[in-house]
Design a protein around this ligand. Structure first.
Ligand code: PGA
Length: 255
């Protein structure tokens, strides 16, 4: 396994954007633009209320639908949360877990990221697990330590055979939504630290096989350079995933 044989995944993360009707219109517009572009998996991770219209609009296309979070319990008194089974029954195939916005604003911890990851893969979802350092952590020289720690915490109790259903997204917090993109070399290095952590837990072969995305102000202009790096197997894209033209350019760069 190497970059050429690893699965490249271009995933949009819509965050709290797009209504159901906008979702339908967006996917109907995007579908012909990305049709037949099978050099990468194409995923849109959408707000909960947009899942059903997204799945409906994506039927018969090469666009897959993801959620933006999942709870770790099967059911119960967890107001506002969604279970993995609810998602799979709606046709969801991917789910973002541990995004820095959830860690920052909603009290997500490495422990809950781990529990959510386990719940997702046990239900057959592909988890897109986000890790990333703040600017302060980078400036203190903790990037490698932090990325390895977050990666290992997220993958605790994951079985080796479940790794095929896990993607790690390296998203430096300072690059998310700021317009400041990591340089291609910084992205490659960060993704390399993630891969090294997987190697330390599961061995070199597993580390070579796992898809590691970069995220943080990836856009139509910088995608090709970022995706050319040996450790970058795709992107998790916020702002630029809200425009069909920009998202298509990124998909093209991944072919
Ligand atoms: P951005 O968001 O592309 O808008 O920086 C990326 C993300 O948060 O996943």
């Amino acid at each position: 396994m190497n970059k050429a044989t690893r699965r490249t995944v271009i995933a949009g993360n819509w965050k709290m954007n797009m209504t159901p009707s906008q979702t339908t219109a967006f996917i109907k517009e995007l579908a012909p633009m990305v049709a037949g572009k099978d050099g990468c998996d194409i995923v849109l991770c959408v707000p909960a209320v947009d899942i059903t219209p997204a799945v409906e609009a994506a039927k018969g296309t090469n666009i897959k639908v993801g959620a933006e979070n999942v709870h770790y319990k099967e059911s119960g008194a967890y107001t506002g949360e969604l279970s993995a089974k609810m998602l799979t029954e709606c046709g969801v195939e991917y789910v973002v877990i541990g995004h820095s916005e959830r860690r920052q604003y909603f009290g997500e911890t490495d422990q809950t990221v781990n529990l959510r990851t386990l719940a997702a893969v046990n239900a057959g979802l592909t988890a897109i697990v986000c890790v990333g350092e703040t600017l302060e952590q980078r400036e203190l020289g903790y990037t490698e330590t932090l990325l390895k720690y977050q990666t290992k915490m997220a993958l605790t109790n994951v079985k080796a055979e479940q790794l095929k259903n896990i993607i790690i997204a390296y998203e430096p917090v300072w690059a998310i939504g700021t317009g400041v993109t990591a340089t291609a070399d910084q992205a490659d290095e960060g993704n390399g630290f993630v891969r090294a952590a997987v190697a330390e837990m599961f061995g070199a072969e597993a580390a070579e096989a796992i898809t590691v995305q970069y995220g943080g102000s990836m856009n139509a202009k910088n995608a090709a350079e970022l995706l050319s790096k040996v450790n970058v197997d795709g992107g998790l894209i916020g702002g630029a995933s809200l425009k069909t033209a920009d998202f298509t350019v990124i998909v093209d760069a991944a072919q």
